[in-house]
Design a protein around this ligand. Structure first.
Ligand code: F0G
Length: 462
């Protein structure tokens, strides 16, 4: 299906287009990022989002069961039958009373979107099914990514299910949570531990995949971001097609925020929604490039006329100072987000804001998600910590309807969780203190007790 769809440079001053049969991760003319662009007037677009509900009764068709491909009409770059699926996108929007209270929202107005419920335990599967669909279309036999852990787990899972493609993953040495590393190894991916951090691994994977002709699935891959649009479609579905006031999302490589912006922009242009929610992107304080670029350098998308010289100067200074990302939220420990410009565009489209939160705020917020719901990994909790901050600032009103995206499963990073709750000073010093965490205010300490019934009863009854 290459009719009425193409790859298009995001820079309106370039606007070059390319066939979807080509394998590209940047515009060959100007080097900027690419979008997947559709001629919607020539495609069968649904008249209302409610039309999707007809697929609820078709769960025996794998692509209709998929929480991504049931929205195929809104990302129609491949024939439906050829779309790869492992059952991704069966995720839940929870109205959380406890987290509403913690963040200062009115009861009923705070929602948690659990993307950790995907097959590999993170939101990445939404994009990976789309990227591997395109990789299959072009006959790729190997696919690669650099990763802080979740992209690699997702790619490894899809390759282990597909059998037609081998996964090659690049991770920063010692920079990955154990749950994620164990997935890549168990799924049989070729796993390269690069001596460096994510930003190094990202630079190397780009070079190596070009050299060896390996298909790259990092979020510079525009097909991946098409799949991630469906997270927003499912949020709308869960809200019975009502638009919330705020989407709050952690920011790392900025793929999610970029794809959310595109999702809402397209839905609005197609007349399928009548307003666009505001977007809040939350950085970890130790990996705050977007925060600095947006709030301090005041760089904007500006209709496509971004001040690139200013961005380049920013990164040059970062290099000169030897600045490296450092946060306990290892998933977002990134200083050179590859989707920076696309995210600036999303912030413009969605009247967005950017905030940063400390590792202390992240871990406290994470404990609340665990105590009041299904739990999440540290990076995901940046969305809850960011909501609390924006409430305190009065930017978000208690009566607003807020959706926090919980990007990864609680079990991805047990080290941080156990160190927070276990009350062991040694673990605290090893795992938390180096990240500036000073207290575990919401710790649920395990109770040490003798192997004796009376002692156990006393411990339980307090
Ligand atoms: N949350 C989690 C759990 C992640 O794994 C990531 C990114 C993000 C948030 C940030 O999302 O990049 O779209 O802004 N993880 C990548 C990886 C970088 O390699 O798994 P983003």
């Amino acid at each position: 299906m290459s009719d009425h769809v193409c790859q298009k440079c995001i820079d309106p001053n370039c606007g070059a287009t390319f066939s979807v049969d080509e394998v590209l991760t940047a515009c060959p003319k100007c080097g900027n990022l690419l979008d997947i662009s559709y001629e919607w007037d020539k495609l069968p677009v649904p008249k209302s989002l409610k039309e999707v509900e007809k697929y609820w009764a078709m769960r025996d068709v794998p692509q209709r069961f998929s929480g991504v491909w049931k929205f195929h009409d809104l990302l129609p770059f491949a024939d439906l039958e050829k779309c790869v699926t492992v059952g991704e996108g069966q995720t839940i929007l929870q109205n959380s009373r406890g987290v509403a209270k913690y963040t200062g929202m009115n009861e009923g107005n705070l929602f948690l979107q659990y993307e950790g419920m995907n097959p590999s335990g993170s939101f990445k599967d939404n994009g990976m099914c789309a990227a591997t669909t395109h990789a299959s279309m072009v006959g790729a036999t190997r696919a690669a990514c650099a990763s802080t852990g979740n992209t690699s787990a997702s790619l490894a899972l899809y390759c282990s299910c597909l059998h037609t493609m081998k996964a090659v993953i690049f991770i920063g040495d010692g920079k990955i949570a154990y749950g994620k590393l164990s997935q890549a190894l168990d799924y049989g991916a070729q796993t390269l531990q690069i001596h460096g951090d994510f930003d190094d691994a990202m630079a190397r994977v780009k070079e190596v995949s070009k050299k060896l002709g390996i298909y790259l699935v990092n979020s510079v891959n525009p097909f991946r971001l098409e799949g991630q649009k469906t997270i927003m479609f499912r949020v709308l579905e869960a809200l019975r097609w009502n638009v919330p006031d705020w989407i709050v999302v952690p920011g790392g490589n900025l793929g999610n925020s970029s794809s959310f912006g595109k999702a809402f922009h397209e839905l609005y242009e197609l007349g399928l929604i009548d307003r666009i929610p505001r977007l809040a992107v939350i950085n970890a304080a130790g990996a705050d490039t977007l925060f600095r670029v947006f709030n301090e350098e005041k760089i904007r998308w500006n209709g496509g006329n971004t001040d690139r010289a200013k961005i380049n100067a920013f990164f040059k200074q970062m290099n000169d100072e030897g600045r490296r990302a450092n946060t306990i939220a290892s998933a977002i420990e990134i200083n050179r987000p590859v989707n920076l410009e696309k995210c600036l565009r999303a912030l413009e489209w969605c009247n967005g804001v950017v905030r940063k939160v400390s590792d202390q705020q992240i871990l406290d917020a994470k404990s609340q998600v665990g105590a009041c719901g299904f739990g999440c990994e540290p990076a995901s909790a940046a969305s809850v910590a960011g909501t609390k901050l924006l409430r305190e600032e009065g930017v978000i009103a208690p009566t607003d309807r807020v959706v926090c995206i919980l990007t990864g499963h609680q079990l991805k990073d047990p080290t941080a969780t156990v160190a927070y709750h276990c009350g062991d000073p040694k673990k605290f010093d090893e795992v938390l203190r180096p990240h500036g965490v000073t207290t575990c205010a919401f710790a649920n300490n395990p109770i040490k007790v003798e192997n004796d019934v009376d002692d156990i009863v006393r411990a339980i009854e307090g």
